[in-house]
Design a protein around this ligand. Sequence first.
Ligand code: FAD
Length: 384
Amino acid sequence: MTPVTIIGAGLGGLLLARVLHTHGIPATIHEADPTPTTRTQGGLLDIHPWNGQPALAAAGLIEEFQRLVLPGRETYRVLDHHGTVLLDLPDRGTGERPEVSRAELRQTLLQSLPDHTVHWGHKAAAARTLPDGRHEVRFTDGTTITTSLLIGADGAWSRIRPLLSPATPHYVGYTSIEYFLHDADHRHPATAQAVGTGSMFALAPGQGLLAHRERAGTLHAYVQLKVPQDWMADSDADTADTADLADPAGPEAITARVAAAFDGWAPQLTALITDADTPPVVRRLHALPADHRWTRVPGVTLIGDAAHLAAPNGEGANTAMQDAADLGQAIAEHPDDVEAALAQYEHAMFERAAAHAADEDTYELMLGDAAPHSWIAMMTGAEG
Ligand SMILES: Cc1cc2nc3c(=O)[nH]c(=O)nc-3n(C[C@H](O)[C@H](O)[C@H](O)COP(=O)(O)OP(=O)(O)OC[C@H]3O[C@@H](n4cnc5c(N)ncnc54)[C@H](O)[C@@H]3O)c2cc1C
């Protein structure tokens, strides 16, 4: 069986390597980060029964996943900017929206792989197809590898995508700024109470304060603002390697500016910004065209954000793992015909992406002119 070369050790790349490993197919992952813990891995992910959980089952890791689920975190409340609770859904203990830490899930996937599967500190700079049909990946340290089966799992700014498609992500009109507050029940009780035991969405047209309760009383806040792309800095994120950029003026200037945008909001909510224990992490949100697809190119494909980056809608990590499970199983089902495997995977993945493209715009529901009522209607409709 052809060894598989994967670029990117996010949830998609790792789960693909794991599914291949369970079928005895060797895989190597090249990851840009120098170590597994170089970057914080974001907050809680709600792993869905219709895509993320079956993918973890295909990887033989459903019991490990269940051990990571944080109990009681499925409570969900929507507030207005005064802090008035408009919707308060309890955790019914049904496990429909189980929340796990992304870092813990990634660590579980890493531990499920043979040693040395991931080559850390290997950042792909570019890829090209050689005259014999194999693919060459050049890394930023000047080294190269060649492979006859290459999978781009390298996220939004994929260096493998140009082998298949000229598409590049565009700014969706919203910027997200993340903060953490530690030991919040003791140090920030009013804010901890406003967030509750699970997820809290305080929404108004064009802006929102979202927060999750993580382990040990830590609150993880995602500030959402409808702003121009250059609102925070002069940098042009469309041409950048990453959309996560620091403001040259420094973290205090960013926080002052973000807090000013929430002037008049309840203090227990704005404390998510002003009382944060960590510097802001600014993410300009980008998406690929909703109908992004490509014509089959032998020996190469994409999974996850590299294939269908969308503004956060609670599905991205789930669909990245679903892609990975489908592709891994397709490769295992067609050991002597890689092209049949890739065609089968892409057909199903493009159908799914087209179905998601027809979904309502999450950000319009959450932060459009009818917020917060549009979001409550969506949540209660989903409940009913
Ligand atoms: C603010 C925010 C909140 C979100 N919340 C949720 C949520 O609640 N639920 C959900 O399901 N999804 C959520 N998402 C979406 C989710 O994070 C992504 O869709 C998901 O991580 C995609 O997985 P992936 O494996 O395709 O890519 P990634 O997770 O981006 O992993 C890509 C990997 O490739 C590496 N890499 C990048 N470039 C290179 C290179 N050139 N060479 C080598 N390696 C490279 C990266 O370091 C990374 O390890 C959220 C996204 C954001 C921005």
